[in-house]
Design a protein around this ligand. Structure first.
Ligand SMILES: C[S@@+](CC[C@H](N)C(=O)[O-])C[C@H]1O[C@@H](n2cnc3c(N)ncnc32)[C@H](O)[C@@H]1O
Length: 202
């Protein structure tokens, strides 16, 4: 166990996101994920937010899709406690602690922002698609630029998990083995982040 497990400090994590570059990157990625969903699918009655953390993106979903029901899951209990305390829509947004790889469900669409990079890519994508058999799964990855290599070092010290960094071509090749790629967009360019929308192969 790490002396300082970053995900156990959701307040600190949210304060970190007040720093202009982090704020811009995350807000830009959240905005672009919603735009991408509108373009590839349009609407949905049910969403799943995988690795929801403090619930910042879950809130955006709730605001943009006011008639939707949203489940949000995260492995870290303290993140979920924090998200539940700040939940403005408790009647239609439900947070729970758990590993999404062990979750059962059928959602109209699934999001996983800043999370799939922590997991084995192909099995994580397959699981996202099990959870939305007829819909789109949207997630982001980051390229191995200098900044992201530093970020990866930070993660291995404070979280103990490996952050996987993918050049775009490699990500496309691996994901195409298990899913159909509907869209790919570079978003927070200086962060090296890109969003991918996938569906089940027909
Ligand atoms: C970098 S944070 C992203 C949080 C949020 N999506 C955001 O963009 O602010 C990654 C989150 O994924 C969660 N996580 C990692 N593996 C997971 C898994 N297998 N199932 C559910 N959550 C997971 C971690 O606990 C962490 O809160």
């Amino acid at each position: 166990m790490h002396l300082f497990y970053y995900y156990n400090h959701p307040v600190l994590r949210e304060v970190a996101f007040l720093l202009p570059p982090l704020l811009q990157w995350r807000a830009g990625t959240f905005r672009a994920a919603i735009e991408m969903f509108r373009d590839v699918q349009g609407s949905a009655a049910t969403f799943l937010d995988v690795g929801c953390g403090s619930g910042a993106f879950t809130r955006q979903l709730a605001v943009h899709f006011p008639n939707s029901r949203i489940d949000a899951i995260d492995l870290t209990p303290r993140m979920i406690d924090f998200a539940i305390k700040r939940n403005r829509y408790p009647e239609r947004v439900k947070f729970r602690v758990g590993d999404f790889m062990a979750l059962d469900g059928d959602y109209d669409a699934v999001f996983a922002l800043y999370t799939i990079m922590l997991l084995p890519l192909k099995s994580a994508v397959e699981k996202l698609l099990d959870l939305t058999p007829d819909g789109a799964a949207i997630f982001n990855l980051t390229i191995p630029n200098t900044l992201m290599r530093l970020h990866r070092a930070f993660y291995s010290i404070f979280i103990g998990s490996q952050v996987n960094l993918y050049p775009v071509q490699r990500a496309v090749a691996e994901i195409s083995e298990v899913a159909q790629i509907d869209d790919l967009r570079h978003v927070a360019t200086s962060e090296g982040s890109y969003l991918i929308a996938v569906r089940r192969k027909r």
